[in-house]
Design a protein around this ligand. Structure first.
Ligand SMILES: *Cc1c(COP(=O)(O)O)cnc(C)c1O
Length: 339
């Protein structure tokens, strides 16, 4: 159960393992058949998460990808369009799911650090008159993964919401790391929730649960998503053992994300990354030869992901405490040459 001694794994916040307390909560979970709606722990988790975001309902799903995809399909009919940024998880890491499963056409806008540019986005919306494909939804990622953990500024999100409503277009939030955005910005989760028609939120990233995400929306959309989940083979039975991990994470692992953000700043400083680009728990570092630096770091017990030939990504999480962050910082300071 213990982490490999000495190894600091900064490849992703998905590498976390359930803590002893979380495992106890899982072992003790009250369960039932969730396809019959009879798992009390899943029902409690769904109610809690819906309430946190100020929405009517939520659906427990096995992954963030499924959360995004069932949400998008409640908003965008086959043959109509989703727009999102070119680095968005929904178009880069989901194997074309929106097209393959939903018949959804996608157009993207280019982005710096994943930041939302409301004018650029809303100018892309098409009405579907004559031969246009009708834009039905806009997806926004908060925090932005490939952008380096970027928190979307609240004023931009509000402006997007207002414009989208005027245009008659829905807005989805890929909130895999919305917890990090909430802790870094101080914006209440319910305030984020109020800006979106649907959200997908992950328990298995920084929150440290082994499995699970939730799709959050209205009763009607969640009922539709529940049917789609079953059709995709995502109907689960006594999955309350997993929901218990999620409930434990919500209670114990949200506020501590501030530590991950502090550790990320420490690593950024050691690796000479621009501190202004470090909003949360992800640090992007430009180097001459990313695979070579990652290899050397591995030799010293620090695992990092090259995300391009000249870029490294460091991600802090529950499994990296202050001494581990200090150790990684010492290694990075030596391996990443200052400009
Ligand atoms: C991890 C992640 C997801 C979901 O990933 P799964 O591996 O399917 O759980 C979705 N969006 C973003 C931004 C992510 O980082």
């Amino acid at each position: 159960m213990a982490e490999t001694p000495g190894v600091v794994d900064l490849r992703s916040d998905t590498v976390t393992k359930p803590t002893a307390g979380m495992r106890r909560a899982m072992a003790e979970a009250d369960v039932g058949d969730d396809v019959y709606g009879e798992d009390p722990t899943i029902n409690a988790l769904e109610d809690e998460v819906a309430a946190l975001f100020g929405h009517e309902a939520a659906l427990f799903v096995p992954s963030g990808t499924m959360g995004n995809q069932v949400a998008l399909r409640t908003l965008v009919a086959p043959g109509s369009e989703l727009i999102c940024d070119a680095d968005a998880h929904v178009v880069t890491y989901e194997y074309g799911a929106a097209a393959a499963h939903g018949g959804i056409s996608t157009r993207t806008w280019p982005t710096q650090r994943g930041l939302l540019d409301v004018d650029a986005v809303t100018s892309m919306v098409r009405t579907g008159r004559w031969h246009d494909v009708a834009t039905r939804a806009i997806a926004v990622e908060n925090t932005h993964n490939r952008g380096g953990g970027t928190v979307q500024p609240l004023d931009r999100l509000r402006l997007l919401r207002a414009r989208a409503t005027e245009l008659g277009v829905s807005v989805h939030c890929d909130g895999a790391r919305i917890w990090n955005a909430h802790i870094a910005s101080g914006v209440p989760l319910a305030q984020y929730g109020g800006l979106f028609d649907t959200l997908s939120v992950c328990l298995s990233k920084g929150l440290g649960a082994p499995v699970g995400s939730l799709m959050v929306s209205t009763e009607a959309r969640v009922a539709e998503a529940r049917m789609m989940r079953k059709r995709l083979g995502g109907g689960m039975r006594q999955a309350g053992v997993l929901a218990a991990a999620g409930r434990y994470a919500l209670e114990h692992h949200v506020r501590r994300l501030a530590d991950d953000h502090e550790h990320a700043r420490l690593l950024a400083d050691a690796a000479g990354a621009d501190p202004a680009t470090v909003d949360t728990n992800i640090v992007l570092v430009d180097v001459d030869d990313a695979p070579a630096v990652a290899d050397k770091a591995k030799g010293e017990g620090v695992l990092i992901s090259p995300v391009g030939p000249r870029q490294l990504r460091l991600v802090t999480h529950l499994g990296v405490d202050r001494p581990a962050a200090d150790r990684a910082a010492e290694v990075l300071a030596r391996l990443v040459p200052a400009d």
